[in-house]
Ligand binder design. Structure first.
Ligand code: C2E
Ligand code: MG
Ligand code: MG
Ligand code: MG
Length: 287
């Protein structure tokens, strides 16, 4: 390291001829090391079923906790895609997520665990086989590991997506369409894909109570999705009014800061324990 410290080298890279790609490469190198030394972490955010207020699943989200300058999950994934690290990174995420599900289940929380998948992962011929091998270790994972793909990513190459997603579904891995309503595709395309869940994008949900247009779009989307046989999840729910409105609209599940931000597994256990304690005492109150 130079006398000027890491800030200097960053400035050097940023003033390079192709600053973006050089910077990306340094982060890529760092990311590779972070992956090898287990510096990355998964945080978990619960999914609540509105019909009975049960926590039925959690979504795993990547974090790089100890890095000096914070890198968002989106930026981290973009770098991983551009530097060829997305395959090992996704496999690390899957391995961690299944291990987390094992611990949750052992503690009596038989929840689903959702993992986000990048478009490039759909080019890996052995993705389904990799997940199946992990599921064989603990057969109770069957059908409980969901893969989330964004609307946009499956539409990059619809024919290939259709083939790969069908293979995953055949292997007992349900598919969820993430960020629905944020891209340009329509349900008429999406419905050809063997997905079982649609997640309505946060941009349509967060202001739901104050945006009459969003209300129409979300209400119609829920109706259409149900007619086509999908479960509907709303992401980005931040207040009780929005939760109540979504419940009235027939939305199946919600996710968002109203429950909790994504948290490390240990904190998720605390949150779940606290919540089931509250549910128990509420039940006791009604006797
Ligand atoms: P996503 O899959 O749509 O995840 C939801 C994002 O919304 C998460 O951001 C979550 O922290 C955030 N969020 C949840 N509830 C609320 C809320 O009530 N209000 C607001 N404002 N935000 C909320 P995060 O963790 O930064 O992840 C961003 C994106 O990065 C994810 O969007 C996903 O596309 C991608 N990503 C994260 N982890 C992974 C991963 O392991 N693999 C891949 N391929 N992509 C990942
Ligand atoms: Mg997601
Ligand atoms: Mg999403
Ligand atoms: Mg998103």
């Amino acid at each position: 390291e130079t006398a000027n410290g890491p800030g200097h080298s960053l400035a050097f890279y940023l003033s390079d001829e192709d600053p973006y790609s050089a910077h990306r490469l340094t982060i890529g190198t760092e990311l590779k090391r972070a992956l090898a030394t287990n510096e990355l972490a998964l945080y978990y955010q619960p999914k609540l079923r509105l019909s009975d207020m049960q926590v039925v699943g959690v979504e795993a989200l990547i974090r790089w906790p100890r890095r000096e300058t914070e890198v968002s999950a989106e930026a981290l994934i973009a770098v991983a895609e551009q530097t060829g690290l997305i395959k090992p990174l996704t496999r690390w995420v899957l391995t961690q997520a299944l291990s987390a599900r094992g611990k949750l289940q052992a503690a009596g929380y038989d929840v689903t665990v959702s993992v986000n998948i990048s478009p490039n992962n759909l080019r890996e011929p052995d993705l389904a086989e990799f997940i199946q091998a992990l599921m064989r270790v603990n057969p109770s994972h069957q059908g409980k590991i969901l893969l989330e793909l964004t609307e946009t990513s499956v539409m990059l190459d619809p024919a290939n997506s259709l083939r790969v997603l069908q293979a995953l579904v055949d292997a007992g891995i349900p598919i969820s369409i993430d960020d629905f309503g944020s891209g340009y595709s329509s349900l008429s395309y999406i419905k050809r894909l063997p997905a079982s869940e649609i997640k309505i994008d946060r941009s349509l949900v967060t202001e739901l109570c104050h945006q009459p247009d969003d209300r129409v779009i979300v209400n119609t989307t829920i109706g259409m999705c149900h007619s086509l046989g999908y479960h509907v999840v709303a992401e980005g729910v931040e207040d009780i009014e929005t939760q109540t409105l979504l419940h009235r609209m027939g939305c199946d599940q919600i996710q968002g800061y109203i429950l909790t931000r994504p948290v490390p597994l240990a904190q998720l256990f605390e949150w779940l324990a606290k919540r089931s304690g509250q549910t128990r005492s509420r039940r006791a109150d009604s006797f």
